[in-house]
Design a protein around this ligand. Structure first.
Ligand code: ADP
Length: 498
C-alpha cells in the first residue's frame, strides 16, 4: 500500500469515527430532549386533571365544569388522549377520541411509580402514557359545608393522559436520517478531496524517488529536485542533497588520492625501468653497474616509503583506529623527545614548556612520529639559522603542542588542502623535491585517533605554526620514554631528521 493510501485510509477512518461519534451523541441528546418534552407535557396535563377533581374525606368527585380543562385536540408534539375512570372501571369523562387500549395499558404507569411509560396503543402506534389514582383524603380533610357531596362522589378515581409518540419519533427519525446523510456526504467529500490532497502533498517525494532511481552510481553530481514547501519534505531533499554533496566530495578525494598514489608510484618505477634498460643495452663497467644499482636502491627506498605511508593511511581510514592511549606529561615528554631527536638544525630548535604539568592521553610512539614530522617540515620549509619553536601550553582544558617556524609560510588558498594526501604547495615543490605530501595527512589522522585535532596558522613569508590540541587528562604514575621517529621516514620527511 502506498504512503498516500495509508495516510488517506487513516485520515478517513478517523473522520468516520468522529462523524459516527458526533451523530450518535447528537441523536441521543435530541432523543432525551424530545422525550423529556413529551413527559413534561403529559405531567402538566395530568396535574390539570388532578386539579379538576375534588378530594375530601368521603371520596373523590370529578368536577370538570368548575375548572378550565383545555388540552386542545392535539399538541405540537402529537395527538393527545385523556380519560377519567372510576374504581369500577366506568369511563366518566375523557377525550372525544376514545383509546381503550391506552386506557387499559395506563396502569403500567402507575406500576412505574406514576412516571410516564411507552406503550403500543390501538393499531400498534407508539404512545406515552401517564396515569394516577386519586383516593379519598385522610379523615382530617373536612367536607366543605358550602359544597356538599353530590351523587358523583367516588371512593377513588383513575386519571390518565397519553401523548402519541408518532410525531416525536418522526422528528427523531428525520434527524437521524439527516445526520447520516450529512455524515456520508462529508465522508465522501473527504474521500474525494483527501486522496487528491495527500497525493499532491506527497508528490515531491514521488518526484525525488523517481529522480533518485535515474541516478548513475558514478555520477554523484546529480541532485534531487527539492520542493520549496518549507516543510519536512524540503528538509529531506536538502539533507539528501547535502549528503550527496559530501559523498561526491569524498569520491573525488578518493579518485584524486588514487591518481596521485599511482603517479607517485609510477615515477620511481619508470625511473628504475629506464636505468635498468639503459644499463642492459650493452656491457658496462662494474662502476657503471654499481651506479645504476645505487639509483635503483634509492628509488626502491622511496617506493617503500610511499607504500608504507599509503598502507598506514588505508588502515587509518578503514579500521576504526583505537590506539592504546596512555597519560603522558607533555613537558617532560617534549624534553626527552628533543634530547633523542637529532638533526643538522638541532641548534635552531627552542623548547618552551608550560609552567604547570600538562597531562594528555596519547600513544607516545605515534605522538613521536607526528612531532618528528612537524619538526622535519619546519626544517625543510625554513632557512637554516632561523628559529624553530617546540612549545607546550595549557589552555583551559586543552593541552597544546605546537611547532612554529619562521620559514616560507603557506598561501591561505592552500591551507584547506594541507591535510589531504599527496598535497604539496607550489612553493614546497620549488624549494625541495624531497617529500611526498603524506606526512600531514598521517599527522591529521593520528591527531584524531588521540581525540584531538591538528591546526595550522600561517602567513606567506612569515612562517607557520602547526598545533596539536588534545583534551587534558588526569595524572597517572606511568612514565613513557619518547619514541624513535619511524613513520616520518616512511612519509618521506627525512630531510633533516636523524
Ligand atoms: P611533504 O612535506 O612531504 O611535502 P607534508 O604532508 O608533510 O608533505 O606537507 C604537505 C605540504 O604542506 C608540504 O608539501 C608543504 O607544501 C606544506 N607544509 C608543511 N609544513 C610546512 C611548513 N612548516 N611551512 C610551509 N609549508 C609547509
Amino acid at each position: 500500500m502506498t504512503l498516500a493510501s495509508r495516510v488517506t485510509v487513516f485520515f478517513l477512518a478517523t473522520l468516520a469515527v468522529v462523524l459516527v461519534g458526533f451523530s450518535c451523541t447528537l441523536y441521543a441528546l435530541a432523543w432525551r430532549y424530545v422525550y423529556r418534552q413529551v413527559d413534561e407535557r403529559l405531567e402538566a396535563a395530568l396535574n390539570t386533571m388532578v386539579a379538576a377533581a375534588e378530594v375530601n374525606s368521603l371520596g373523590v368527585e370529578w368536577e370538570p365544569s368548575e375548572r378550565t380543562m383545555s388540552f386542545g385536540r392535539g399538541t405540537i408534539l402529537g395527538a393527545f388522549r385523556w380519560w377519567v375512570i372510576d374504581d369500577g372501571g366506568l369511563r366518566m369523562d375523557g377525550s372525544v377520541d376514545r383509546a381503550p387500549e391506552l386506557e387499559r395499558q395506563g396502569r403500567g404507569s402507575r406500576a412505574a411509580g406514576g412516571r410516564p411509560v411507552s406503550v403500543a396503543g390501538d393499531g400498534g402506534a407508539a404512545w406515552r402514557v401517564i396515569e394516577r389514582r386519586l383516593t379519598a383524603a385522610p379523615a382530617g380533610v373536612a367536607v366543605d359545608p358550602a359544597d356538599p357531596p353530590s351523587a358523583g362522589l367516588r371512593p377513588a378515581l383513575i386519571l390518565g393522559a397519553a401523548l402519541s409518540l408518532e410525531g416525536p419519533r418522526a422528528t427523531l427519525r428525520n434527524l437521524g436520517l439527516a445526520l447520516m446523510a450529512l455524515s456520508a456526504a462529508l465522508w465522501l467529500a473527504a474521500l474525494a478531496l483527501g486522496r487528491g490532497l495527500v497525493r499532491r502533498a506527497l508528490r515531491p517525494l514521488a518526484l525525488m524517488a523517481e529522480s533518485a532511481r535515474g541516478f548513475r552510481a558514478h555520477d554523484l553530481g546529480e541532485r534531487l529536485p527539492t520542493p520549496t514547501t518549507g516543510d519536512e519534505l524540503q528538509e529531506l531533499g536538502q539533507s539528501f542533497n547535502a549528503l550527496l554533496g559530501r559523498l561526491e566530495e569524498s569520491f573525488e578525494r578518493q579518485s584524486r588520492f588514487t591518481g596521485d598514489a599511482s603517479h607517485q608510484l609510477r615515477t620511481p618505477l619508470t625511473s628504475i625501468q629506464g636505468q635498468v634498460d639503459l644499463a642492459l643495452r650493452k656491457d658496462r663497467t662494474p662502476d657503471e653497474y654499481r651506479r645504476v644499482l645505487a639509483i635503483v636502491q634509492e628509488k626502491t627506498r622511496r617506493l617503500r616509503q610511499i607504500v608504507d605511508a599509503l598502507l598506514f593511511l588505508a588502515r587509518a581510514d578503514g579500521e576504526n583506529q583505537d590506539p592504546r592511549l596512555e597519560t603522558v606529561e607533555l613537558n617532560s615528554w617534549a624534553a626527552e623527545f628533543l634530547a633523542a631527536w637529532s638533526s643538522p638544525r638541532s641548534d635552531d630548535v627552542r623548547l618552551e614548556l608550560a609552567p604547570d604539568p600538562a597531562h594528555a592521553r596519547v600513544q607516545p610512539a605515534l605522538l613521536g612520529e607526528m612531532v618528528a614530522n612537524l619538526l622535519d617540515n619546519a626544517c625543510k620549509y625554513s632557512d637554516p639559522g632561523t628559529p624553530i619553536r617546540l612549545r607546550v601550553e595549557i589552555r583551559g582544558a586543552i593541552r597544546r603542542l605546537s611547532v612554529a617556524d619562521r620559514g616560507q609560510g603557506i598561501d591561505p588558498r592552500d591551507l584547506p588542502h594541507l591535510f589531504e594526501p599527496f598535497f604539496r604547495t607550489d612553493l614546497a615543490r620549488q624549494r625541495t623535491a624531497a617529500g611526498l605530501g603524506l606526512g600531514l595527512a598521517i599527522a591529521g589522522r593520528l591527531a584524531r585517533s588521540f581525540g584531538g585535532e591538528i591546526m595550522v596558522a600561517s602567513a606567506p613569508g612569515e612562517g607557520s605554526t602547526f598545533s596539536l590540541e588534545l583534551p587534558g587528562a588526569v595524572e597517572t604514575r606511568n612514565a613513557h620514554p619518547p619514541a624513535e621517529p619511524e613513520l616520518a621516514a616512511a612519509a618521506g620527511n627525512s630531510a633533516c631528521g636523524p
